[in-house]
Design a binder for this molecule. Sequence first.
Ligand code: AP5
Length: 597
Amino acid sequence: MLQSSLAPPSHLHCTNLYSVPSLPPLCSLPLSFSSSSISFGRRRCRRLSFGVHVDTHFSINPEPKGLRVSCAISEPLKVMISGAPASGKGTQCEMIVQKFGLVHISTGDLLRSEVSSGSEIGNKAKEYMDTGRLVPDEVVIMMVTTRISQEDAKEKGWLLDGFPRTFAQAQSLEKLKIRPDVYIVLDVPDQILIDRCVGRRVDPVTGKIYHLKFFPPENEEIKARLVTRSDDTEEKVKSRLEIYKKNAEAILSTYSTIMNKVDGNHSKDEVFKAIDSLLSKVQKDKENMMKLEKSIRASERLSNLASSSQENWRGIPTRLNNIPHSREIRTYFYDDVLQATQRAVNDGRTRLKVEINIPELNPEMDVYRIGTLMELVRVLALSFADDGKHVKVCVQGSMGEGALAGMPLQLAGTRKILEFMDWGDYGAKGTFINIGSIGSKEVEEQDDLFILVAPQNAVGNCIIDDLKAMTDAAGNRPVILVNPRLKDLPGSSGIMQTMGRDKRLEYAASFENCYFFRLLYYAGTQYPIMGAIRMSYPYRYELYKRVDESFGKEKYIILTTSSERPNIDEINDAFIGKPRSEAKKATGFWGFLSGIL
Ligand code: AP5
């Protein structure tokens, strides 16, 4: 497609395609220039013509020296510079290339090189240039689009000088979706332009631009070899200026949103200072924009991953600090837990734990709503019973004896509640669902699956030994712990049960999470909610940040996912956007999550 639209007019076809081996191929298009006339990159090549044919090997795109600002890796800078004849485009381009390392593409340079080589294109273009007129659009469009699609321009970025000069030229780029990041217009009063043109001299050896008054040559030797461009007479400059003005408006309509006028009526260093700060800013903005786009894309990928982790996953419900939770919120979490647990059991997992710390079920809160826990257990038990499994729901009784018996506060009365609960109209209780306590004696042959309600150590009493005896008896039947608290607690005498402690804790840790949900707060507080961690078997841990929106709304946005539960440092880093490779201990203000994990 590109090829056909850019095919050169037959009368402009040249021979001698790529005959100098050291030159990069100009393009894959049928366009060909005579090799000695190719003039890319720096303006130094352009000054080799002016009707004087200089047979020389050009240095193609010599590496710019000095400081080079590296553009964002994937998308380098793209710049257009425009301005009236002699406004200083060429002079500034030399400096821009030096600093930003862009590939300089000047239509004036390319054409003058064609002229100097005596190529067919050059001969044709000369007629126009000598009279200060514009060379036909199709010629320059082909030259530029060919050059701009070369690898170096794509890699390093480009600096288009003297193109586009007509509406048709601008549109040709638009059609190919070639758009600059910034369009610079050098603004210089007419009279100054004429003085600059008439006094301009160029060194055909170095390509350096001089001005008899403003930038005189360094010595007599250079002065003696300077040449004047054939179009630099006052009369021709006036006509070029007129043509420029006629076309300038038409081009502006294409680039008005990215146009930046720079006052070119200052010393060249001052003008460059303004351009430099403009380009640096554009470059920075571009990098930031790309980073933002990248993080949005990553976030979208993570969201897709998170949402695919569950068919009905609707994201984390809001207003979670309002207690009691609405029925909808409770149902939402019951479903979430159920799906994860079912997946794990269907996958043959046998030692599972569900940890859900919504405010109603957070033991750190003033109220632990046992009814919510019971509802959750009922949803799980009924669902497995529906699948034809015999489920035993177990809750630990008082531990120890007599006046020394211990009972975790939140479990007081639980067994009774379980007995009285509504287990459905189909007579599931007593058949497919049975209530028991924790210990090996409870394991019967008919049981297919055990749900243990919040097993936990009580002060001075450890449930882990009973639990272990029970799982040993259960063999490879699934045992699901719902909100266990199996840390060794100090006894009322202040002494930990140390005998076999390591082994007990190792056993407690052998249960794998099939579901995990926890809200995140500043250390030592339960308000405001900063974010949440969720894991639903078999998917990864998802770390969310809570974000306030307008009109009192809020939402949770996913920051990252991980195969292991993120630790405090990892959470802090994700919240402040620090990549993990720079992992360091989080300190100060951002140590906020340490109190609850
Ligand atoms: P082209 O070479 O592009 O010429 P131009 O646009 O007329 O620009 P100049 O090269 O004359 O000036 P400049 O702005 O680069 O200024 P410079 O830095 O040299 O095009 C030539 C011809 O090719 C056209 O007329 C046309 O025929 C054809 N052509 C090109 N592109 C085309 C296209 N797209 N479509 C159709 N035809 C096309 O500076 C000028 C002088 O001022 C120098 O002496 C310099 O030393 C001095 N100077 C520079 N800056 C300062 C300063 N800040 N203070 C004092 N002096 C300064």
